[in-house]
Write a protein that binds this ligand. Sequence first.
Ligand code: NAD
Length: 347
Amino acid sequence: MTPPSKKALVPFVSVANMMAFVNLTGIEKVLADLAQVIEADFRRWPEFDKTPRVASHSNVGVIELMPTADASFYGFKYVNGHPTNTRAGLQTVTAFGLLADVQTGYPVLLTEMTILTALRTAAMSALAAKHLAPKGARTMAMIGNGAQSEFQCLAFKAVCGIDTVRLYDIDPAATAKCARNLAGSGLTVVTCKTAEAAVEGAEIITTCTADKQYATILTDNMVGPGVHINAIGGDCPGKTELHRDILLRSSIFVEYPPQTRVEGEIQQLDADHPVIELWEVFLGKAKGRTDSRQITLFDSVGFAIEDFSALCYINAHIRETGLFEDLDMLADPDDPRDLFGMVQRAK
Ligand code: NAD
């Protein structure tokens, strides 16, 4: 049998190897690095092919493909969102992704992206807050204490200097889990019995709940002047977290308007309601926070360029660690036109 030629093997990062990479590098360093890589890519926004993600909805969840490319690399992520999954002991969100060389079309990396999505989502949130949150913010309310929550808290510590988190979840077991996982992180962790208690004294409010419906995690009276809201969980048609009145009082910052108008909190507003694109803020072409009483809102839905940045980051650093396996996933006969002959010789 002709062995597959070395050049056609594709490095694959398993869940076990991704965990090893994060623990070897240090999670706060990974989060801070990812925030930097995402910011650099957002600053060259016009260089990317952009399209809203391709979503396939069912009555229990959604499965999505998220592609983008620059002149060198093409990347995509497969991701699902199934809020009822946790009841069956399954994750709400799972993902994997692929990076390919634009010149040849050959994949250069295949990786798990469930952990990588939690990392990049947290890095993106903290990056937006670095530009939008009130100066000197130290306390964040973290509402929704599921899979994403600890990553969010640690990214805000690493990138924005948050030192206190106030946790709330409708399920006290989720809050207890989050508090346990953050013990020893250097964050002061306060567990709260209501969402109202969690937002007390918080300069930043993160909502990260999962429910396939129009939910009202924050009502208008819970949001005082000067606060920054990081709204993660409203990321699908018919799935929002904030009362509409909060949106009407806020300066709203988004990733990619054609996707956010369909999936984000702003699906509750008129299609021409003004929003500010984050890449323009990062470039200084648009203003971020302009006064201390302004309510800033990052209406996060998750955009393909963030996954592309994460894929490129892993691609650049995984080889030196050896934390990957080579996958024989590309048919690559020595004579490119003799695909059939290669199959015959393998008998
Ligand atoms: P998860 O199911 O692990 O956690 C969600 C938590 O929200 C659960 O602990 C649940 O008890 C809690 N919750 C539900 N309703 C609540 C309410 N009314 N008040 C307080 N808590 C409530 O899910 P996850 O993986 O942590 O994801 C959270 C959300 O973030 C999901 O909606 C997911 O789709 C979204 N998400 C967004 C991005 C993005 O880029 N914007 C990326 C990943 C995930």
